[in-house]
Design a protein around this ligand. Structure first.
Ligand code: HDD
Length: 714
């Protein structure tokens, strides 16, 4: 790679190497002020007399407090709650026929990247387990500059035009009078908006499904959502949609768990991501592309420019082209995860936008928001935001300019500066916008090709398994049950009935209401006062595909139990002969085995070995684990039976359809719980083999137990 940069803007072939220039390690260093003055007392202010007033002269006090007073920046207006990690992208196969982008042409490259996951509605300190869309933003530091793919864990969005974004977000955020509720969509204003804006229904049903409450950030799909363009060397364009497929599969928790995890560990997802990477269990996603030739643009029953529509994989297959691995946690949350700035406008040659009106609005919003969040047009100089290739232009000065641009020309063209920085031709790698012929009136309106709001939510619902459908119906019932206005609930029931009548009936039963067969007033108020409201009413759903199996969580198959958390319920005197082989078998598969004992410190097994306790029972909860194992040992079981929380622990694991195994006397604990009458369950193992237990954990949950599980009083 060329390195024609001025000192201070030196190109880094490697993002880590570049970040290293900015790392500040205090190990073995004296405490200094920001001007490098060594400090001998940072505990006491300078006073007029030992018990006297503090002096204005005390610059040490003033620097310390002054910095502290300004330590916060505005949180992101959306996606404030997030966690991130460093990693890299590797290409499996070059695709020059579609794009000239270097990242898609050179299989020997390991492109560094930084990925941030987030929830949308909650504040920076809100719970990870809110039911929400999850952000999935990837910053690739490519050799040709930064490319940001700023997506979500769902393949569609709530609205079709960026003009509606502030309305959508204002409706879902805490209500402006009382600032309630935090990180929750289950409230009046959100459903007021959704019920008047049926284009939201598709994304909404995804959020109501288990996709809204992932088990782990490592177990979510990611989507670029919009149709983008790829351009090859000859300037030929293809439409493309981007997909991230997690190698750990797509897995979720149940709503009951989500609610309880929020109390037990509101950092559950953040901790999980950090711990997995820390343990060397690097999460991986394959990148897939749905590629559509330009000439096929109008071949579909929906508009490719409509971000509320997905392209079923059965209609356009997802071509897997590479893999992302996240292998390093950030050094500092604020410097990296908080200050990282994603912009959908960050593109590289070989990629371009489409006219999707949602995407077009985003192209303005992100740069704008960074200015209020990070405070200066120089935010791209913050280490995490710097490209790894050099930056040279005539954009000078501004708050916190970190470079020292040389020379007396800050304009183009110039001859005094030798014409530098110079322009690059397209042939040599200069950015090229796709040349598109555009005809038509300048018009503020919505295309009729966007007016189909029920077909795809219906396709999604039809494609779910029975347990996914049941969870989705429960979610609608819960959320609408929190709405205080019957007219809003009725409008929602009517709209849901247009997706699926049985679903609407189940939700109506839960609410104690009837499904209305019509709804008062136009429900499509997002189209403008002068629009022909009758003409723009959504038509009945169409069925162009019976089912899309790829829309179910069960689609990506995986048999790994790596990083799954297994609770071992044990006390002094537990059977070491049971525990040893089980622990070994689980750890061989890279599961995380944790002893949950009546107290902290250590416990001793029948073999006389001391074992470190990972969590005292009062400090943890069943919902934080994926499976439960109870080894035998008479004394141990007697101790467990004395603490009611162990019974609750097992009951909850059963309620949440998790795998449970016992050996020897461990069965007595089951006998004291709801599980006593359900020991024949396919994921309950009494004196079974570790192999079968492992298989059941890999299945994530035994949802065949769902109906029985509802009876558990936990
Ligand atoms: Fe957005 C942040 C994803 C539509 C305006 N958005 C943000 C983040 C993600 C998305 C993942 C967090 C990035 C990070 O981790 O820092 N947004 C999406 C997706 C959309 C979308 C997938 C539709 C397909 N967004 C969207 C629209 C607008 C915005 C239509 C405005 C017109 N989004 C923003 C923003 C944020 C943002 C206000 C807040 C913080 C930031 O940009 O950097 O500009």
């Amino acid at each position: 790679m060329s390195n024609k940069n001025t000192p201070g803007e030196v190109a880094a072939t490697n993002k880590d190497e570049q970040l290293d220039r900015y790392r500040n390690d205090p190990t073995g260093q004296p405490l200094t002020t920001n001007t490098g003055l060594k400090v001998n007392d940072t505990n006491n202010s300078l006073k007029a007399g030992i018990r006297g007033g503090t002096l204005l002269e005390d610059f040490l006090l003033r620097e310390k407090i002054n910095h502290f007073d300004h330590e916060r920046i505005p949180e992101r207006i959306v996606h404030a709650r997030g966690s991130a990690a460093h990693g890299y992208f590797e290409l499996y196969e070059a695709i020059p026929q579609f794009t000239k982008a270097g990242i898609f042409n050179d299989t020997s490259r390991k492109t560094p990247l930084f990925t941030r996951f987030s929830t949308v509605a909650g504040s920076k300190g809100s719970t990870d387990l809110a039911r929400d869309v999850h952000g999935f933003a990837v910053k690739f530091y490519t050799e040709e500059g930064i490319w940001d793919l700023v997506g979500n864990n769902m393949p569609i969005f709530f609205i079709q035009d960026a003009m509606k974004f502030p309305d959508l977000i204002h409706s879902v955020k805490p209500e402006p009078d009382r600032e309630i509720p935090q990180a929750a969509s289950a409230h009046d204003t959100f459903y007021d908006f959704v019920s008047l804006t049926p284009e939201t229904l598709h994304n909404h049903i995804w959020v109501m499904s288990d996709r809204g409450i992932p088990r782990s950030l490592r177990m979510m799909e990611g989507f670029g959502i919009h149709t983008f363009r790829m351009l090859n060397d000859e300037g030929v364009a293809h439409f493309v949609r981007f997909h991230w497929k997690p190698l750990l599969g797509v897995r979720s928790v149940t709503w009951d768990e989500a609610v309880k995890i929020s109390g037990a560990d509101s950092d559950f997802h953040r901790r999980d991501l950090w711990d997995a990477i820390d343990a060397g269990q690097f999460p991986e996603w394959e990148l897939g592309l749905q590629i559509i030739p330009e000439e096929d643009e109008h071949k579909f029953e929906f508009d490719l420019l409509d971000a509320t529509k997905l392209i079923p994989e059965e209609m356009v297959p997802v071509k897997i082209v590479g893999k992302m691995t996240l292998n390093r946690n950030p050094d500092n949350f604020f410097a990296e995860t908080e200050q990282v700035a994603f912009l959908p406008t960050n593109l590289v040659p070989g990629l371009d936008f489409s006219n999707d009106p949602l995407l077009q609005g985003r192209l303005f919003s992100y740069r704008d928001t960074q200015l209020s969040r990070l405070g200066s047009v120089n935010f791209e100089q913050i280490p995490i935001n710097r490209p790894t290739n050099g930056v040279h232009n005539n954009e000078r000065d501004g708050h916190m300019q970190m470079s020292i641009p040389k020379g007396n020309t800050a304009y183009f063209p110039n001859s005094l500066g030798g014409g530098c920085p110079y322009l690059t031709s397209i042939a040599e790698g200069g950015f090229e916008s796709f040349t598109e012929r555009v005809d038509g009136n300048k018009i503020r309106a919505r295309s009729e090709s966007f007016v189909d709001y029920y077909s795809q939510p219906a396709l999604f619902y039809r494609s779910l398994t029975d347990w996914e459908k049941a969870h989705t119906a429960d979610a609608y019932t819960f959320e609408l049950g929190k709405v205080n206005y019957p007219h809003i609930q009725k409008r929602m029931l009517y709209l849901i009935s247009q997706i699926d009548e049985d679903l609407a009936q189940t939700v109506a039963d839960g609410l104690g209401m009837e499904v209305p067969d019509r709804v008062e007033g136009p429900v499509n108020q997002a189209i403008g006062a002068d629009a022909d409201v009758e003409k723009m009413q959504p038509p009945k759903k169409k069925v162009y595909l019976d089912k899309s199996p790829a829309l179910s969580e069960t689609y990506i198959k995986t048999d790994t139990i790596a990083t799954r958390q297994i609770a071992v319920l044990a006390a002094d005197g537990f059977d070491g002969d049971d525990f040893g082989p089980m622990k070994e078998a689980l750890e061989r598969e890279n599961a995380v085995v944790k002893i949950v004992a009546p107290h902290g410190g250590t416990i001793t097994c029948t073999k006389g070995h001391e074992h470190k306790v990972d969590a005292a029972i009062m400090t943890t909860e069943s919902v934080l684990f994926d499976a439960v194992y109870v080894p035998g040992g008479k004394k141990s079981i007697e101790a467990l039976l004395k603490k009611a929380k162990y019974k609750k622990f097992v009951n909850e694991a059963f309620k949440h359809c998790k795998a449970i195994a016992t050996d020897g006397a461990g069965e007595q604990l089951l006998d004291a719980t709801f599980v006593a009458d359900h020991k024949d369950d396919a994921a309950v193992f009494v004196d079974g083999s570790p192999k079968d237990f492992i298989k059941a954990i890999a299945q994530h949950r035994n949802y065949d137990r769902m109906e029985v599980a509802k009876m558990v009083p936990a």
